[in-house]
Ligand binder design. Structure first.
Ligand code: AMP
Ligand code: MG
Length: 348
């Protein structure tokens, strides 16, 4: 997975959070119902990961959090393209040569990515890897020449990604092809972390990999978990808040990894047709039962654009969205209108 390398800013934040978690597993409250809430933050998948668990004891909650972090680390070893021994790195290295045997999980992430690609008419495209590299998005983003982009365009070809479910292999037909699941993998990791936390005995909790958040259960006072959505243009301000119960939310924004050149914002979500940053939205937040769908769809809808994206959301069961279009207009899906609390002055 082409997870972003951490910026100095994120590094500083993570150091602070790590210090906090080393000092003590932060006990953020115990309730009348005698549940204990513990929160810890670590750096994984190139981003800050915060896990909160509610358990019947401090040890229960803490063990669940440890299990959640271990699961995320395990998945990173399978899916990260920064790790040369990962399964996806091996698939990429064998492009044009041979099929590579993978785990059930890697196969599941790739197959679901292909489903999201179908749902979004190819706007979501995990074969985007060579274009992500041309923009050097993960390190020091740069403007590639049109020749460079034209050279990698034939490689961004989902028809040349072959999955054999029975043999459990993935084969990339053209040399130089690269799969990048950075647009969907964090959502999947949040889902899987929640599963192991439940197994470890947590009663409720939240797993947040930066903007990919999955919740389960309720707070000690019986209320759902409140989450905030960042305003795409007003730093430090919220666009909206809503409460989640056994749901995931994932946000794709053009403010996450970007640079400005001659007054134009270049960011990390690429339109597979042009290999240029997608221009239809400022941010897309998708709410779904599973993080893998929320994460895949936020990226795909960002590329589709606000109107087509919202049309798709309205067709999908159990999927809702808040989209900020290119002009700063806020679109809220019908199933969310009486749940979401827009911040005062959140429009542009
Ligand atoms: P997200 O933050 O979930 O929107 O994911 C953004 C990441 O997905 C980027 O950093 C790339 O690694 C990858 N990506 C960029 N454009 C696309 C696309 N059109 N389809 C799938 N993945 C993409
Ligand atoms: Mg995504």
């Amino acid at each position: 997975m082409n997870f972003f390398r951490m910026s100095a800013h994120v590094c500083r934040l993570s150091v602070l959070c790590l210090c906090l978690s080393l000092l003590s597993c932060v006990l953020i409250g115990s309730s009348a119902s005698s549940l204990v809430t513990v929160k810890r933050t670590q750096m994984h998948m190139g981003t800050l990961v915060s896990i909160t668990a509610l358990g019947r004891s401090h040890d229960d909650a803490n063990e669940a959090i440890t299990a959640g972090f271990q699961e995320i680390k395990r998945l990173e070893q399978l899916l990260s393209t920064w790790i040369s021994s990962s399964e996806l790195s091996k698939v990429n290295a064998a492009a044009g040569q041979s099929a590579v045997k993978v785990s059930l999980e890697t196969m599941a992430v790739v197959r679901k990515s292909l489903q999201v690609a179908e749902m979004t008419d190819g706007a979501f495209n995990i074969a985007i890897g060579p274009a992500v590299e041309a923009w050097n998005i993960s390190a020091e983003p740069r403007l590639p020449t049109s020749e460079e982009l034209a050279a990698v365009k034939p490689l961004v070809d989902l028809q040349s990604v072959h999955t054999d479910v029975w043999e459990r292999t993935i084969y990339l037909e053209k040399p130089g092809m690269r799969i990048d699941v950075g647009g969907i993998g964090k959502g999947y990791a949040a889902d899987q972390a929640v599963l192991v936390m439940k197994k470890a005995g947590a009663v409720a909790g939240v797993v947040a990999l930066s903007g990919d958040i999955k919740t389960f259960g309720r707070l000690p006072d019986g209320t759902a978990f409140p989450v905030g959505i960042r305003h795409p243009r007003k730093e430090g301000e919220l666009l909206a808040e809503l409460d989640l119960q056994d749901e995931a939310i994932s946000t794709a924004g053009d403010y996450e990894r970007f640079f400005d050149k001659d007054g134009v914002r270049y960011h990390h979500i690429l339109d597979p047709r042009t290999l240029q940053p997608a221009r239809g939205c400022q941010s897309v937040s998708v709410i779904a039962k599973e993080g893998i769908w929320a994460d895949g769809l936020d990226t795909g809808i960002f590329v589709l654009g606000a109107e087509r994206g919202m049309d798709l959301v309205e067709q999908l069961e159990d999927v809702e969205a808040i989209i900020v279009d290119a002009d700063g207009r806020i679109l809220v899906s019908s199933g969310l209108r009486n749940r979401v609390r827009l911040s005062k002055g959140s429009g542009q």
